[in-house]
Design a protein around this ligand. Sequence first.
Ligand code: ATP
Ligand code: MG
Length: 421
Amino acid sequence: MTHWQPYLPYNALNCRYNEIGTKGKNRNRFEEQLADSLRRAFADIGGMDFRFEHGRIFIVPKAPATVFSPEALEIVRSRAKAVAGLSSVSPGFLLEPDYAMLKAVIIEHFPTLYKAFMAQNPPQEPTYATRIRRVNKAFPMTATEMECDIADIILEAHPELKLDLKNANLLIEAEMRYHHAFVSFERVEGPGGLPSGSAGRVLALLSGGIDSPVACYQMMRRGCTVDFVTFNSEPYTPPAYLTKVVGIARKLNEYQKRGKLYAVNILDAQKAIRDKCRSKHRTVLYRRFMMRVASFLAKTFGHKALVTGDNLGQVASQTLENMGVISAAVPNMILRPLLTFEKLETMQIARNIGTYDLSIEEVPDSCTVFAPNDPTTAATLENVLEDEALLDIPALLDAAIAKTDIINPNTASQHRLEFSK
Ligand code: ATP
Ligand code: MG
């Protein structure tokens, strides 16, 4: 949607959420986590106060400020989609629970809204809807009565307006609550889902591709905090590969409390696999090795599951047979949130979250360097174990773990991990 909304001196943000409202006793904790995410996403607005009201979080400017600036509202409009757990937010007017006042605010500001709407080029059809919720059931007017009353006033001034309940271009929304009334003309969509941090920590295998960043984001939307592990084969892969993955992790961290990135050099293992094992098994063997390293990190740092961007049948390594053989390398639960996605669906999400442009930048990754020409689509565990018997896996694992760096994606500061044995 192109943004045509005029500046109005809004004094509150009405933040809505769905699922978390239904979680009984956990509700407070979920609300706190959502509030944390909102604080992080909207930090550049400056001082904010939070008010929790049944099923809503209202954010108001910290005194002495009484209204949000145009810049603050732009921040809200552009960042709302980064707040997992938020279903939508409306900047608007928080008032006393008084119908006359509610009506007066609409009468005062609707003309500005209407003028900005009509000034759009190309022009849009002036359709409208009034949507009023009566939370306080004791309030003497029903929602429908209020809606009709407001619609009458607006239609009197602008008889050309057409009612469109589903897709109105001009939306007049209000809530008559117990302690407040709230009026708004705009809904900024959030991603929905659950607030980041509410479901525990997972470790995602993050490549420079399009899929794994989207898999990470899907996990965040369900409340997980995601740390990342990426594998390279420097000096065979260029340093630019790691730089690219750091950039993707930094982008993903906009959607959660900061996740860490582990960067592991698996050159020794890739060489050993290339030199000693059947080439058609290489891809599966590389992946099993990556899983072992990830499993070690998850055990060390307490991640509850591993995550990949695998998509059923998309490439040779992602058949049911091969995924089964890869999973069998480790005892961990492996989550594959994109398993059933269409590629176009994944690409659309990647664009929405801003990882697509980072992912399509061409840099060779460890798999392109060591990829076989004839990858099998149906490895069996038996055959793969025969190949692995030719390798000294514990030694290769130790070597890879000894070459693991921990990176803060947000500052790019990097240091070698020291493991006490
Ligand atoms: P992506 O777009 O995420 O790279 P893909 O469709 O290209 O996925 P593969 O390259 O077969 O598929 O990788 C499958 C999954 O294995 C990836 O989604 C990722 O989770 C993991 N993976 C592959 N290569 C690496 C790597 N070098 N570092 C970390 N994880 C990797
Ligand atoms: Mg890939």
